[in-house]
Design a protein around this ligand. Structure first.
Ligand code: ADP
Ligand code: ZN
Length: 218
């Protein structure tokens, strides 16, 4: 199963991704995670990406497209993947179509998480992430049993450096102006799966799996 998931920052992509990757036994490829790893490893790409990420801006397309191309060319992606955080604009969407053509891979579904900006802002400032397994928590609506500790794996929870009120506005602005147009792109390709993300994570995942499985193109 070759899938991609899109949605505003804080729409719950990360939470769904962990579940979907387990459900379909496919690698989870998050461009945000790849950049955060590059930053902590202090690679050339990491240093370049950091200046954009800290401001809530997009990393330039040439860098991002290249990273995705390299990752999707790895062997484990032939049988499936869940792409998360890419594409984020029309140029990237077209680049992805070219990459997949070259690799002879057909995208099965583009999952779109629908949510209002107001809800997303509140979610992001209260978001905490497990440093070990990547699960997302919310200190108000989805509290861990023990403060600062992941319920599932015991890893410590952290707050992302770009999850601040100032950066969120810029990220939402970019999402609404640059990322939203790609919803039409995938709708026209006939593989769009739109799900209401203002529900419990369990319900969102259930809706996604039901719709992906009933999609005629698969
Ligand atoms: P979120 O969806 O919550 O904003 P991500 O982890 O997907 O978080 O991305 C974090 C940051 O990494 C983005 O704000 C952006 O700076 C950079 N980034 C991630 N994916 C891309 C991409 N496809 N193109 C450009 N920049 C990206
Ligand atoms: Zn964990």
């Amino acid at each position: 199963m070759h899938l991609l998931i899109m949605g505003a920052p804080g729409s719950g992509k990360g939470t769904c991704a962990v579940e979907l990757k387990n459900h379909y036994s496919i690698p989870h490829i998050s461009t945000g995670d790849i950049f955060r790893k590059a930053i902590s490893d202090k690679t050339t790409t990491g240093l370049l990406a950091q200046s954009y990420i800290d401001k809530g801006q997009l990393v330039p397309d040439e860098i991002t497209n290249q990273i995705v191309k390299e990752r999707l060319s790895e062997k484990d992606c032939q049988k499936g993947f869940l792409l998360d955080g890419f594409p984020r604009n029309l140029e990237q969407a077209k680049a992805l179509s070219n990459i997949l053509n070259e690799l002879n891979i057909k995208l099965d579904a583009a999952i779109n998480l629908e949510i209002e900006d107001k809800i997303v802002e509140e979610r992001i400032v209260n978001r905490r992430i497990c440093s070990k397994c990547g699960r997302g928590y919310n200190i108000i609506s989805l509290k861990p049993k023990i403060e600062g500790i992941c319920d599932v794996c015991g890893g410590s929870l952290y707050q992302r450096k770009d999850d601040t009120k100032e950066t969120i506005e810029e990220r939402l602005h970019i999402y609404n102006n640059q990322t939203k147009p790609i919803i039409t792109y995938y709708n026209e390709l006939g593989i769009l799966v739109s799900v209401n993300s203002n529900q419990t994570p369990q319900k969102v995942i259930e809706d996604i799996i039901n719709q992906v499985n009933s999609n005629d193109n698969i």
